[in-house]
Ligand binder design. Structure first.
Ligand code: PEP
Ligand code: MG
Length: 756
C-alpha cells in the first residue's frame, strides 16, 4: 500500500495542471482499490457548489459540468461533517441524492472522504461499488491517507491553474493568504529569486537573446558531459563494464536528439534557457515516474540528476541577477536575509516568502528595513510569477496577483493613509514616551546594520536595547578580526553616545548560520546556539568581548554587554568570568575604560524560573520574547504551518513575563524586553503596565508605540493588565486589548485594513 501511495502522490505532484492531476488521482485510486467508481468533487468557493471534476466509472461527459449544492447529497454531508462516510447501501440513506447526468444508478457501496487543506474542505473524494458492502477499514484508511496527502497538491495545482488560463486576455485577480511579515502595502512587479541548482524553483521567463541562451546551454551540456566522463574514468577499476555503460547512457541522454534538442526547441519558441531546461526535465521525470516497471521508474531520478547538473553549470556562468525593476517585489520559496540585501534598496518595495513565519529573522530584517512583507504564503505558485503585477498587504498577510482596478484604487488609498500617519507621527520624535498620568518608559531600538543607526536616531531612539552583532559576522566570509569588530562597534557607540548601547554577543545557530562555520543539526533550535557556542569557543567569545570593551575607549559611551540563550546559572557564571577576565587584561594592557554593565537575555523557559537567581549575578535582564514564545509554546518560529499558534498574547507567555518583571524588581534592578512583541503597540501597553522599564523594538514601530503610550494612562493600562491576567484565551486577550486601544483613539495603528 505504501508503495502505491508514494507513486500516486509522486505522479500527481508531477502533473502539469489541475485537471491532469485529478485525472491521475481517479484513475490510480480506481485501479489500486479495484473499485468500480472513483470521483473527485471540488468545492467552487465562489458559487459554493461541489463541482464534479473527474471520474472513472461514471459519466465522463459530465466532468466539469455537473455540480451539487453545498449541502446536497452524500457529498455535501461528507463536506459538512468533514469526516468520512462509509455506507453499504447508499440509496437508502436519507441524504442520498440521485443525479441523473452522472449515471450512478446501480451503485450501493459508497465511501466518501473529505479533502482538507488548512482546516478547509477543498472537496470530496468518493469511491463506489455496485455490490452492497461496506468498504473495509484498510480501504478507508488508504483513501484517508491519500486524501490528506493530496490536499496540498490539489490546492497548489488549483492556484497554478488559475494563473495560467491560456485564453484569458486579462488574468483575474487572485488572492493568496499568508501571514503578515512586516506592515505596509506594496504595489509592484514580482522578481523571483531562487536558490541555486534547485530545478523546480526556476521561474517561467522569456528568453531575451535566444541565440546566446543556446550557446550557454551547449557550454553547460559540454561541461556536464565532461564531468560525467571524469566520474566514469575514476570508477573504471571498481565497476563492471555493464555498470560503466550507464554513464554512456547518461551522456547520450544529453544528445541533440534527446534532452538538448528538446530544450533548444523550447528556447527557439521563446523560453529562457533555465525555464526550457526545467520544462523538459519535468516532462521526462514524470514520464519515467508513471511507468509500471520499477527499474524504469527509478531512471526518473537519473534524469533529474542530469538536469540539476546542467542547471548548476548554467547558474555558475550566470551573472548575479541585476535586472531588478524599480518596483520590485522579491518573491521566493524561502527568502533569506542575503537575498534581500542583494537588491538595491531604492528598487525594493516588498517581500514575499512561501515559507517562514512572522518571527523568522528575514521578517525581522524586513520590519527593520520598513519593507512590507508577507510570509507563509503556502499555495503561491512562485515559478509562474516572474514579472507579474501584484499587491502585497503586509498588514493582513495577503498577496494579490493581477490586481483589478478596484483593488489597486483601494490599496493606493491605504499607501497614502500610511504616509500621512508616518508624517503625523514624526512630530513625536523628540517627545518623551510618557503616559497621560506621567509614567515614563524608555523606548530603545534593535539594530544590526549601520543603516539602522541613522533611521533610529531620526526617530528619536533613546538607546539601543539589542545590537545583533551576528549580522556583521553573517556578511563576512570568515570570522572578523578583533580590530575589524572594534571599528564597527565603535561606530555604533559613537553614534549613540551618551545613550546606552546593548551589544549582544554572537547569537548563531538556530536559523542563523555563518557560511564559514556550518552547524549541521537535526534540531537546530534546540541545539548549539548563542552562549552555548560562545562558551565552547572562548577564543571567539573573548575576542568579541575585547573588541566591544576596547571600542569604548575614549568615547565613554554607555556600553552594556548581553548574552543570549542562557539556560543555566553555570552559563551566566562562566560568561561573567570570561568578561571580567577580558576587562582585567585590558586594564593591565593600559586601556582606559569602564567595566561595562553585563546582562542576560531571558529567552528560555528555564531562565524565567531562575530569573531571580540570574539577576542577582548581573546588572540587567532583557527578555527575548521571540525565542521565549517559541520555546514556551513549542512552536518553531520559522515554521509556516504552525505560525498561527505562535501567540504573543498567550496567557502562559504573559504570566511568564510578569514573573520575570517581579523577580527583577524584587532585586531592584532594571529590565527590558527586546523581542518583536515590544514593537506591537497593543502588547507594548501591557508590557508597560507589567513594569518593563525599557521597550526595545525595530525603529519602524518606535513612533507608533510612543503615540500609543502617550494616549494612555498608566492606571488604565494596569486595570487592563489585571483583567488580562485573569483571562485564559489568547484570541480573547488580543481582541480585548485591541478594543481598548481603539477606544483610546488608536484604531489607525492597529493596521487591520481589509478589502474583500
Ligand atoms: C528574541 O529572541 O526575542 C531576540 C530578540 O533575539 P533574536 O530574535 O535575534 O533571536
Ligand atoms: Mg533570540
Amino acid at each position: 500500500m505504501l508503495e502505491t501511495l508514494r507513486r500516486v502522490i509522486q505522479e500527481v505532484n508531477a502533473a502539469r495542471d489541475l485537471n491532469t492531476a485529478l485525472d491521475i488521482i481517479v484513475d490510480r485510486v480506481q485501479r489500486a482499490m479495484g473499485t468500480q467508481v472513483c470521483t473527485v468533487y471540488l468545492l467552487d468557493q465562489e458559487r459554493q457548489r461541489y463541482l464534479f471534476m473527474a471520474t472513472r466509472g461514471l459519466n465522463r461527459e459530465a466532468e466539469g459540468k455537473v455540480s451539487l449544492d453545498l449541502h446536497e447529497g452524500l457529498v455535501g454531508l461528507v463536506g459538512e461533517r468533514a469526516e468520512p462516510i462509509n455506507l453499504e447501501n447508499a440509496p437508502s440513506h436519507p441524504r442520498y441524492h440521485y443525479v441523473k447526468e452522472v449515471g450512478e444508478d446501480p451503485f450501493n457501496a459508497f465511501l466518501g472522504v473529505p479533502i482538507i487543506h488548512h482546516r478547509k474542505v477543498l472537496g470530496v473524494l468518493v469511491v463506489q461499488q455496485q455490490e452492497a458492502r461496506r468498504y473495509d477499514e484498510s480501504e478507508e484508511a488508504f483513501l484517508i491517507t491519500l486524501s490528506a496527502q493530496l490536499a496540498g497538491v490539489i490546492a497548489h495545482a488549483r492556484a497554478t491553474g488559475e494563473l495560467t488560463m491560456a485564453d484569458a486576455t486579462r488574468l483575474p485577480a487572485k488572492r493568496f493568504p499568508g501571514k503578515a511579515g512586516a506592515p505596509g502595502v506594496a504595489i509592484g512587479n514580482a522578481a523571483v529569486v531562487y536558490p541555486q541548482a534547485e530545478l523546480y524553483t526556476v521561474p517561467d521567463r522569456k528568453a531575451v537573446d535566444p541565440a546566446a541562451d543556446i550557446l550557454q546551454l551547449r557550454e553547460a551540456v559540454d561541461a556536464t558531459r565532461q564531468e560525467i566522463r571524469d566520474v566514469s574514468d575514476k570508477l573504471k577499476d571498481r565497476l563492471r563494464p555493464e555498470e560503466l555503460g550507464l554513464f554512456d547512457a547518461y551522456v547520450h541522454m544529453l544528445d541533440d536528439t534527446a534532452i538538448t534538442g528538446e530544450v533548444i526547441e523550447l528556447i527557439e519558441g521563446g523560453d529562457w534557457v533555465q525555464t526550457a531546461l526545467r520544462k523538459v526535465i519535468d516532462n521526462h521525470v514524470s514520464n519515467f515516474r508513471s511507468m509500471e516497471d520499477e527499474y524504469l521508474r527509478e531512471r526518473g531520478t537519473d534524469v533529474l540528476d542530469l538536469g540539476r547538473r546542467v542547471l548548476a553549470k548554467l547558474q555558475s556562468n550566470e551573472e548575479k541577477r541585476a535586472d531588478f525593476p524599480p518596483d520590485t517585489i522579491l518573491v521566493a520559496e524561502e527568502l533569506t536575509p542575503s537575498m534581500v540585501v542583494a537588491v538595491p534598496r531604492d528598487r525594493l518595495k516588498g517581500l514575499v516568502s512561501v515559507r517562514g513565519s512572522p518571527s523568522s529573522h528575514v521578517a525581522i530584517l524586513a520590519r527593520a528595513m520598513d519593507l512590507p512583507t508577507v510570509v507563509a504564503v503556502e499555495d503561491l505558485p512562485v515559478s509562474l510569477l516572474e514579472q507579474k503585477p501584484m499587491i502585497i498587504d503586509g498588514f493582513q498577510g495577503l498577496v494579490i496577483t493581477h490586481p483589478n482596478d478596484e483593488q489597486l484604487a483601494f490599496y493606493r488609498g491605504v499607501v497614502e493613509e500610511e504616509a500621512a500617519l508616518v508624517q503625523g507621527l514624526s512630530e513625536l520624535k523628540d517627545a518623551h514616551a510618557e503616559t497621560r498620568d506621567g509614567h515614563r518608559v524608555r523606548l530603545w531600538v534593535n539594530t544590526g546594520l549601520m543603516t539602522d543607526v541613522v533611521r533610529s536616531l531620526d526617530r528619536g531612539a533613546e538607546g539601543v536595547g539589542l545590537y545583533r552583532t551576528e549580522i556583521h559576522f553573517m556578511m563576512n566570509d570568515r570570522f572578523p578580526t578583533e580590530e575589524e569588530q572594534r571599528l564597527i562597534y565603535r561606530e555604533h557607540l559613537k553614534a549613540f553616545a551618551p545613550r546606552p548601547v546593548t551589544m549582544r554577543t554572537l547569537d548563531i545557530g538556530g536559523d542563523k548560520a555563518l557560511p564559514y562555520f556550518p552547524i549541521e543539526e537535526e534540531n537546530p533550535f534546540l541545539g548549539w546556539r548563542g552562549i552555548r557556542v560562545s562558551l565552547d569557543h572562548p577564543e571567539i567569545f573573548l575576542s568579541q568581548v575585547r573588541a566591544m570593551i576596547r571600542a569604548n575607549e575614549g568615547i565613554d559611551a554607555y556600553l552594556r554587554i548581553m548574552v543570549p540563550m542562557v539556560s543555566s546559572i553555570a552559563e551566566v557564571d562562566e560568561a561573567q568570568r570570561l568578561i571580567s577576565q577580558c576587562y582585567r587584561e585590558l586594564i593591565e594592557e593600559g586601556v582606559e575604560v569602564e567595566m561595562p554593565d553585563v546582562g542576560v537575555m531571558i529567552e528560555v523557559p528555564a531562565a524565567v524560573y531562575q530569573a531571580r537567581d540570574i539577576i542577582r549575578r548581573v546588572d540587567f535582564l532583557s527578555v527575548g520574547s521571540n525565542d521565549l514564545i517559541q520555546y514556551m509554546l513549542a512552536v518553531d518560529r520559522n515554521n509556516a504551518r504552525v505560525a498561527e499558534l505562535y501567540q504573543e498574547f498567550h496567557p502562559a507567555v504573559l504570566q511568564a513575563l510578569k514573573q520575570v518583571v517581579d523577580a527583577c524588581h524584587a532585586e531592584k534592578k532594571y529590565l527590558g524586553i527586546c523581542g518583536e512583541m515590544a514593537g506591537n503597540p497593543s502588547a507594548a501597553i501591557l508590557l508597560m503596565a507589567m513594569g518593563f522599564d525599557v521597550l526595545s523594538m525595530n525603529s519602524t514601530n518606535l513612533l507608533m508605540v510612543k503615540w500609543a503610550i502617550r494616549s494612555f494612562e498608566m492606571a488604565k493600562a494596569k486595570r487592563m493588565l489585571n483583567k488580562v491576567l485573569k483571562m485564559d484565551n489568547a484570541w480573547l486577550i488580543k481582541n480585548y486589548v485591541d478594543d481598548q486601544l481603539r477606544k483610546a483613539g488608536l484604531g489607525q495603528i492597529l493596521r487591520n485594513k481589509a478589502i474583500s
